[in-house]
Design a binder for this molecule. Structure first.
Ligand code: ZN
Length: 324
């Protein structure tokens, strides 16, 4: 049974709202052009991670999940359930909504998409489009049909260190000057509601998906309840940003490592980790792996215990046990 972490090579996506911060902030070798998304841990066919080290070097995460189920605590589902990205919004993203599991399965053969953001950077005055003001489905449909976006769309100011949970059915969009670590269900279904009347690369407006968007938007919008808790472990801190029952699909934690932080698998199936600040190392089964900002890896199920050392900030997550 492997006793190695699985370090993963990121995949980059060009976006009209992207920029160059993924190179300058994380040292990634990114392609030319406005790069908006780093798919850091992904088994999704639109950008699959490849293992960079150890026994499984060169293998992609989708086939590894299928071929070596013991690494993932023998899951029932056929696809890797979570997707981790870093998003660099240099411009506004389209105002959008994602379907839940039932709608996505029926119409797209995909999982639904509940997502959440840990804000890594935000310029002064930065805000998200988040939620809406319509009191009824009729009011929502009318305001969409009439393009009353200023009246309809909610705004949420954000700053570095904020955490925002975005259940499927929530209208949302990043706007310029924001960088986030996104934890989401592994899905690429987006219904675009409003694109600020911009033109795409081909000189035409990007496609909107008003009918399915209206089908899946939750009315009325209510702020999701998110109960956070922090635990001090020596000089280090473990903060649970979201967990069931607030979030049925996944748990997300922030680890602030000072000196040393020992972790155990416990009842987790496996753990997705993103090092987002600082430097240090990871020790697994007597072997050490240097860690720095911008690295993403999975601790597979056979690893019972591991230790982080140094001065590090990580966001970690795991799918809800038994869910997949
Ligand atoms: Zn989204």
């Amino acid at each position: 049974m492997t006793q190695e972490p699985l370090f993963l090579k990121p995949v980059f996506h060009e976006k009209i709202w992207g920029g160059r911060n993924l190179a300058t902030d994380y040292g990634y070798q990114i392609p030319d052009g406005p790069i908006g998304e780093c798919w850091a841990i992904s088994g999704h066919p639109h950008g699959i991670s490849v293992v960079a080290n150890g026994d499984f070097a060169g293998q992609d995460l989708a086939s590894l999940y299928h071929d070596q189920p013991e690494l993932f605590d023998n899951p029932q589902m056929d696809r890797f359930p979570l997707l981790i990205k870093i998003l660099d919004a240099n411009g506004k993203l389209s105002v959008q909504v994602h379907p839940g599991d039932d709608y996505a399965m029926a119409h797209e053969n995909e999982l639904g998409k509940t997502e959440c953001w840990y804000v890594l950077k935000a310029k002064p005055g930065a805000y998200l489009v988040y939620g809406h003001t319509a009191k009824s489905k009729q009011e929502l449909d009318d305001e969409i049909d009439n393009g009353q976006w200023d009246q309809l769309l909610g705004k949420l100011p954000v700053k570095e260190g904020d955490f925002v949970y975005v259940p499927s059915g929530t209208i949302h969009a990043l706007t310029e000057g924001i960088e986030v670590l996104e934890t989401q269900q592994s899905s690429d279904v987006t219904y675009r509601l409003y694109d600020y009347d911009r033109l795409g690369k081909d000189g035409k407006p990007r496609e909107l998906h008003l009918a399915p968007a209206k089908d899946v938007i939750t009315v009325p919008f209510t702020m999701p309840s998110v109960h956070q808790s922090s635990e001090q472990v020596g000089a280090s801190t473990v903060t649970t940003l979201v967990a069931p029952p607030d979030s049925p699909y996944f748990t997300v934690q922030k680890l602030t490592v000072k000196d040393e932080l020992a972790q155990s698998m416990g009842n987790r199936p496996y753990v997705l980790c993103s090092a987002l600040d600082g430097e240090g190392e990871l020790e697994v089964a007597g072997k050490t792996y240097p860690l720095k900002k911008g690295q993403h890896f999975i601790i597979p199920h056979p690893v019972a215990d591991w230790t982080f050392r140094g001065d590090l900030m990580l966001i970690t997550s795991f799918p809800t046990p038994g869910k997949y």
